[in-house]
Ligand binder design. Structure first.
Ligand code: DGI
Ligand code: FE
Ligand code: FE
Ligand code: FE
Length: 190
């Protein structure tokens, strides 16, 4: 047992089977990355468990929660409501799952775009979300899976590079924070 069973059962009831499987996989990978990088594995697992806890909400519900609880939306989040499940997820983790730890809440908030100068836990969750065994991204996924256990900053850079390329190809609106995060990790490695 690597994660809180009450939270796990509650999420099982709410998420689709596919999203629930993804959630459990991210939880396991976050636990392993925690061990590999000397971060409390149980705390990493809890952050992984909750990272997509608002993913099943419709855009309408995400927007309604933002209105009701004065959660401010960035320009990118206005244009792409999907991005909101990260920020709203952190809110739900606090209100509905009673998680207070700011590092866990930030890891949930920044799991989609990342942000410059991420904490160890923020990187663990961001990377676990990308490399969990159920993911089938093309690009350098197998390479990134190996790098993740050796160098988190390098894994961040590779994931951001592949993600930006994918978003460009899809002509998706790119959140400036995603771009800033990429620039930060690129500079870090020079
Ligand atoms: O919720 P998940 O699917 O497990 O994963 P996630 O929350 O990391 O979302 C992944 C998607 O988000 C992936 O297709 C890349 C996309 N994404 C990351 N940064 C941006 C972005 N999408 C847009 N439109 N803009 C971004 O800046
Ligand atoms: Fe997500
Ligand atoms: Fe992600
Ligand atoms: Fe996810």
């Amino acid at each position: 047992l690597i994660a809180d069973q009450k939270i796990t059962q509650k999420l099982k009831k709410k998420l689709s089977p596919k999203r629930y499987e993804h959630t459990l996989s991210v939880t396991k990978v976050a636990y392993e990355l925690g061990k590999a990088h000397h971060y409390n594995p149980s705390k990493a697992a809890l952050a992984g468990l909750l990272h997509d806890c608002a993913k099943h909400y419709s855009n309408k519900k995400l927007l309604r929660l933002c209105e009701r609880y004065a959660i401010t939306k960035s320009k990118a989040e206005e244009l792409n409501h999907d991005l909101l499940h990260a920020k709203v997820g952190a809110f739900i983790a606090r209100e509905k799952y009673h998680v207070e730890d700011p590092d866990i809440l930030n890891a949930i908030t920044y799991h989609t775009t990342g942000r410059p100068s991420m904490s160890l836990l923020e990187k663990i969750v961001y990377i676990s979300d990308y490399i969990e065994p159920g993911r089938k991204h093309g690009g350098r996924l197998d390479l990134i899976r190996r790098i993740a256990y050796q160098d988190l900053d390098k894994a961040m850079l590779y994931i951001l590079e592949d993600t930006l390329e994918y978003l460009h190809h899809r002509k998706a609106t790119i959140d400036p924070v995603t771009k800033e995060t990429y620039n930060y990790y690129k500079k870090l490695r020079r």
